[in-house]
Design a protein around this ligand. Structure first.
Ligand code: HEC
Length: 128
């Protein structure tokens, strides 16, 4: 009798540890899933854009409306830098982040749908 009750008491802290361990694992898993799906949302836009084959002509029109004020009518640079051969320095993903991110003021962030973003990319590739 006394033996079994003492072994039950010994088992108690172990069980407590396992319960805590289980909670930590579940919480980490939830955090990971939230992080993962957030990343997925961001990447969806980029993947969708990269799957499209944009039109340089439409991109040119977009550039004239939104970008020439800072990058110049021929993209040779004004307030913003010259964008010729930009596609050799930055990959498409980086350019998408540059245009949509607003991370380098005074350049604003542009809310631009994937079709128009791919048009702009095509235009920038054609500048080379
Ligand atoms: C208000 C001015 C402004 C407008 C409008 C603007 N830009 Fe910019 N852009 C800048 C400035 C300034 C930089 C340099 C930022 C830095 O590197 O700190 C820049 C940088 C960039 C770069 C990265 C250049 C490099 O050498 O790393 C790209 C690509 C770019 N712009 C594309 C665009 C496109 C495409 C548009 C139109 C949709 C646009 N920009 C509109 C000001 C502007």
């Amino acid at each position: 009798m006394s033996t079994s009750s003492s072994s039950a008491a010994e088992r108690e802290p172990k069980r407590e540890f396992l319960v805590k361990f289980f909670i930590v694992v579940v919480v980490s898993l939830i955090c990971f899933l939230i992080f993962f799906f957030n990343q997925d949302e961001n990447n969806k836009y980029i993947i969708e854009t990269l799957e499209l084959n944009g039109s340089a002509k439409a991109g040119d029109a977009l550039f004239k409306m939104n970008c020439v004020g800072c990058h110049g009518i021929t993209a040779r640079g004004l307030v913003g830098p010259d964008l010729h051969s930009i596609t050799q320095r930055l990959n498409d993903k980086e350019i998408i982040k540059q245009v949509t991110g607003g991370l380098t003021p005074p350049m604003p962030s542009f809310e631009i749908d994937p079709v128009n973003m791919s048009n702009l990319l095509k235009y920038l590739h054609n500048l080379e």
